[in-house]
Design a protein around this ligand. Structure first.
Ligand code: SAH
Ligand code: SF4
Ligand code: F3S
Length: 485
């Protein structure tokens, strides 16, 4: 079965397969080289930074070239069938390198490791070690086991592990934007989704360690952090070992956002992903109140039809979702909204698909990630419902959704032309080092000519002059500068 994923956004799961460059210093050397490659969501990329940190503490250095590595790790994703296929194809490419260098250790990490467990060792003969997302602290020990001649597996999931005390090594970083994991796992049971099985139970990370990480990043010159979780609105931290008092000391996501925003007004705060059933007005008011919490919400709808949403076990219906969008527009009028959409879920009729198109018209999303349904073994949908929409119909519906989204993205960008935007300079544009690129508050990519007065990491005011379907093009206009450094 072929699976299709189309995204109109630049930084997303299509970053799959990036090889990661490790920055930073390490004290102990063991002369062994690590190569790590990541697939999947931002959380997986953030996890690779934790893995790198753990191994650098054990004396590893890193390489961009898997052929010269002693340890080759691939951090995998199971979300759709083609995500897994891509990993298997990549493993095949490692075979000849391993044949030339039999001492090379090949490790599979992440969601596919968790889903397939020791079966991986049977299926893929070149794999020496299989490690699930909650077992990365055990990596040095597992590598030792492989050195001693045994293939090793640790796929234990934990109810507590958040790696709160591990300082991630920033990988392939632009030095300006970084991710911070604020929670792990997921307690929802969306019927199509493999994540609860691969990532385990939801748990929130100590907020003070999150604030510390944000502060350290700011001091190192970073100017934007994205707080990551599968469902950030259910973030919850109850102070332990403290006497229960009448005061409610629980730290909610809204409070956490405010704590991170308070690190410095020049530190932008973003977050992902919000769940429509859980996003509260309290969060919306926090965003509205703080200039440095970005006016941008990723609010996956999945489907615009209430019956399909019920089959998906999303626990909201079309009316509820529309009300949440109305609340966002009311409380944060300039908010950018993006979404995820699945086409051709089990038993979805043509009329139900039309409901997805019509909810898109209602919201007019700034961006969307759009997918054809891909049945995942072990999920509720795989057990309960037939994957009965033919592939060509899934694809045709996907094409319709994609072309509507293209139109809306373009429309949204056109609205930004003629306005000024506060943009954080992230680097040079992909096409030319005569242009800078960065994002505005609503997360739109903005490209503008380099001005010698400014540097990467500075905030500038940019006037939008024109746009393509994915990028706003403009020029720097600020006289009173907000310099980020
Ligand atoms: N926690 C996020 C989603 C994480 S997975 C949320 O609840 O919204 C990212 C996206 O992948 C999902 O929003 C969904 O649109 C898509 N997805 C997940 N499982 C899928 C499947 N089996 N087939 C196709 N798309 C899927
Ligand atoms: Fe998957 Fe649903 Fe959890 Fe998102 S909220 S990770 S879609 S189970
Ligand atoms: Fe993929 Fe796992 Fe993320 S399945 S989307 S890498 S949580």
């Amino acid at each position: 079965m072929i699976e299709t994923q189309i995204s109109l956004k630049e930084h997303d799961e299509s970053r799959q397969g990036e090889a990661l460059l490790l920055e930073g210093k390490h004290d102990r050397q063991n002369n062994r080289k690590l190569y790590i490659e990541s697939y999947g969501c931002q959380m997986n990329f953030a996890d690779s930074e934790i893995v790198a940190s753990i191994l650098m503490d054990n004396g590893f250095e890193t390489t961009h070239d898997y052929k010269s590595a002693d340890v080759v790790f691939i951090n995998t994703c199971s979300i759709r069938e083609n995500a897994e296929q891509r990993v298997r194809n990549r493993l095949k490419e490692f075979e000849s390198a391993k044949a030339k260098n039999p001492g090379m250790i090949v490790g599979v990490l992440g969601c596919m490791a968790e889903r397939l467990k020791s079966k991986f060792l049977e299926e893929e003969k070149l794999v020496d070690v299989v490690v699930g997302p909650d077992a990365y602290r055990d990596l040095p020990n597992l590598i030792n086991k492989v050195d001693d001649g045994t293939r090793a597996v640790n796929v234990l999931l934990s109810r507590e592990e958040t790696y709160a005390d591990i300082s991630p090594v920033r990988l392939n970083s632009n030095g300006v934007t970084a991710f911070i994991s604020i929670m792990r796992g997921c307690d929802n049971m969306c019927s199509f989704c493999v994540v609860p099985f691969t990532r385990g139970r939801e748990r929130s990370r100590d907020p003070y360690s999150i604030v510390k990480e944000a502060r350290d990043l700011f001091e190192a010159g970073y100017r934007e952090v994205t707080l990551l979780g599968q469902n950030v609105d259910s973030y919850k931290w109850d102070p332990k070992d403290e006497e229960t008092s009448s005061i409610d000391n629980t730290i909610t996501f809204a409070k956490l956002l405010e704590m991170v925003a308070a690190v410095n007004p020049l530190l932008r705060v973003r977050f992902s992903t919000s769940h429509p059933k859980d996003i509260t007005n309290e969060v919306l008011y926090s965003i509205a109140k703080h200039e440095n919490i970005c006016n941008y919400i990723h609010l996956p709808v999945q489907s615009g039809n209430s019956r399909v949403l019920e089959l998906m076990n999303r626990t909201y219906d079309r009316a509820w979702y529309m009300e949440r969008v109305d609340a966002i527009r009311r409380i944060i009028p300039t908010c950018g909204i993006s979404t995820d959409i699945i086409t051709g879920f089990c038993s979805e009729t043509e009329e139900e698909h039309q409901d997805t198109l019509s909810i898109m018209d209602y919201v007019q999303y700034d961006y969307a990630y759009m997918f054809a349904y891909s049945e995942r073994p072990g999920t509720l949908a795989a057990k309960r419902y037939a994957d009965d929409i033919p592939e060509e119909i899934k694809k045709r519906r996907l094409t319709e959704v994609v072309s509507k989204q293209r139109m809306h993205s373009h429309l949204r960008l056109k609205e930004q032309v003629g306005k000024t935007h506060k943009v954080l300079i992230e680097g040079y544009s992909k096409r030319s080092d005569k242009d800078y690129c960065g994002r505005n508050d609503q997360n739109a990519m903005v490209v503008f000519p380099v001005d010698q007065q400014f540097n990467i990491g500075d905030y500038v005011t940019v006037l939008g002059e024109s746009c393509t379907s994915a990028t706003l093009i403009g020029k720097i206009v600020n006289s009173e500068t907000t310099v980020g450094a």
